[in-house]
Design a protein around this ligand. Structure first.
Ligand code: RP5
Length: 163
């Protein structure tokens, strides 16, 4: 199966990445994880993106906070799909990272998820892989049904909780 490549700008982004890793593990999707910064280790970040495809990676996830140029810098060096996660934790609570990640110039797309949206980043990566993997698509459908059932279970119990 194709791999997901995950990169974070700092190990302080780990709680967000952990949510992504948990989702990938639940789908048995292989992944590799790195700490490379667009600003502090630009050469390593670039090399990771440049060689991602030949290293068996099909989708990339890049998480960073503050002036979050990591996802864009990764996307500039690969034609693989890149999913950006803006991380909170700065004085601007992630608004800085959100704008820096989402406002990409035409020609270099980054699919940006919510601030700290590690789980959705991984789900989107799985959905991309599932385009050409029916077994994975079936697992996604199963999860959707399970999640819906959990909401409906809450619906049935909501009146009692208001007593
Ligand atoms: C970004 O700056 C990182 O992605 C992190 O979210 C933020 C703060 O990094 P540290 O100072 O915690 O290493 O580059």
């Amino acid at each position: 199966m194709n791999k997901v490549g995950i990169v974070m700008g700092s190990d302080s982004d780990l709680p967000v990445i952990r949510k992504a890793v948990d989702v990938l593990k639940s789908f048995d999707v292989p992944f590799e994880v790195h700490v490379f910064s667009a600003h502090r280790t630009p050469v390593e970040a670039r090399d990771f993106a440049l060689h991602a495809r030949e290293n068996g990676i099909s989708v990339l996830i890049a998480a960073a906070g503050m002036a979050a140029h990591l996802a864009g810098a990764i996307a500039a060096n690969t034609t693989l799909p890149v999913i950006g996660i803006p991380c909170s934790g700065s004085k601007l609570s992630g608004m800085d990272a959100l704008l820096a990640t989402v406002m990409m110039p035409s020609g270099i797309p980054v699919a940006t998820v919510a601030v700290d949206g590690g789980a959705n980043a991984a789900l989107l990566a799985v959905e991309i892989l599932a385009v050409s993997d029916e077994a994975l698509a079936a697992k996604l459908q199963e999860k959707r049904e399970k999640d819906a059932a959990a909401v409906l279970e809450k619906d049935r119990g909501i009146l009692e909780r208001l007593d």
